[in-house]
Design a protein around this ligand. Structure first.
Ligand code: M6R
Length: 365
């Protein structure tokens, strides 16, 4: 039931604070994470992991890409992330003590399941499924499971499933950090940041009226570029996927530093460029990339932190988000991008909840 909402997608976007609360319920102590939810000997087994392979498709793959920044950045465990349809068909070098993580909303995606089944034959330390459906094949067949409690997601475009996957992955990063006697202050900081998320997301949802106005500007556009750096590069990828999936506007994401290696040639007044620009250590670098867009007459739309002075940018082109700890910023910046694709789809009159040619669960190879 869509209740007061016009589409399931919009309802699911607004359900995110609650979905994140539900995903976190029972997983956090005051300044640590409760690893027992993975099983009685989890803390010791987490400590033995030396390599991580993350395998998934579509939006779930993007969640994995964000996690690589967290896992390598905070824990120092080498982590590779790959789409399941490639991983399962190539010869993968699997170092000793590798954890395979599969991520899936449905738990029935054929390629992701095939990768898990391959790993179950041996050669891996353990397998973990991060999944939204408790009784799914993926959950039944993995050694460890981490359930996202997003509730049923009806819209084909994944929204609350994605942000709850990010929450589960940051929880896991924290559990890995806690299991080795590393930076326990960072463990406590992650826990505090996770607790703040629902409230911060509620504040980001208040941007809807501004985003509705912004969406009008996409009515006659055929292409859009999304830019980000660091963990916000996969968030830009997710923003581009969402836009193409439901509004049928061609959208591509680039790591902002790659702009001048090719895509800058595309930029003119018909090319909106959406940039994800939180106030982190990469902001100054990103700013100079954005100057290159502005100088070429590109229509620049920036999602930035409210406390940062936006020199040279006009207010209708910059939307401000609350200031947050760096680690959770990718979750927060996802929200306005979901909302943008939803409102552009409304302007275009497409079938938001059931985009053409797509299925909610891809059980064929
Ligand atoms: O159920 P899964 O998470 O395994 O599905 C993977 C993709 O098919 C899915 O995320 C797809 O990309 C979404 N429709 C994107 O919004």
């Amino acid at each position: 039931d869509k209740g007061e909402y016009r589409h399931y997608m919009l309802k699911e976007i607004f359900e995110q604070p609650g979905a994140i609360n539900d995903t976190l319920a029972g997983t956090l102590g005051t300044d640590h994470v409760l690893t027992a939810i993975l099983g009685p000997d989890a803390e010791a087994r987490l400590g033995n992991i030396e390599h991580i392979h993350i395998v998934a498709c579509g939006t779930s793959y993007h969640a994995g890409l964000v996690a690589r920044y967290w896992i390598e950045g905070q824990v120092g465990i080498p982590c590779q992330v790959e789409v399941a349809s490639e991983y399962r068909y190539r010869t993968v070098a699997v170092p000793a003590n590798t954890l395979l993580i599969t991520i899936s909303q449905s738990g029935e995606t054929a390629d992701t399941l095939a990768a898990l089944r391959f790993a179950a034959k041996g050669g891996y330390l353990a397998t973990l499924a991060i999944c939204n459906v408790a009784g799914s094949s993926l959950v039944r067949e993995a050694d460890w499971r981490l359930l996202t409690h997003a509730g049923p997601e009806i819209g084909v475009a994944s929204t609350k499933a994605f942000t709850t996957q990010l929450v589960a992955l940051l929880w896991l990063t924290t559990a890995l950090l806690q299991s080795r006697s590393g930076n326990q202050a960072q463990v406590a900081a992650n826990v505090a940041a996770l607790r703040q998320l629902p409230e911060l997301i509620s504040r980001a949802l208040e941007l809807e009226p501004q985003i509705t106005r912004l969406a009008e500007r996409f009515a006659n556009k055929h292409h859009t570029l999304f830019l980000g750096r660091g963990p916000h590069y996969p968030i830009a990828m997710e923003g581009a996927l969402k836009l193409k999936e439901i509004s049928y506007i061609h959208a591509e994401a680039y790591a902002a530093g790659e702009l001048k290696h090719g895509p800058l040639a595309l930029v003119d007044e018909n090319m909106p460029v959406v940039s994800v620009a939180p106030s982190d250590s990469l902001l100054e670098k990103l700013r100079s990339n954005l100057e290159e867009v502005r100088a070429r007459g590109g229509e620049l739309i920036t999602f930035a932190c409210e406390s940062i002075d936006q020199e040279g940018a006009s207010p209708q082109d910059t939307l401000s988000l609350p200031e947050v700890a760096d680690v959770i910023s990718p979750v927060l910046y996802t929200i306005p991008l979901q909302m943008l694709s939803y409102h552009v789809a409304l302007v275009k009159g497409t079938d938001v909840d059931k985009p053409r040619n797509l299925a909610k669960s891809v059980t064929v190879e």
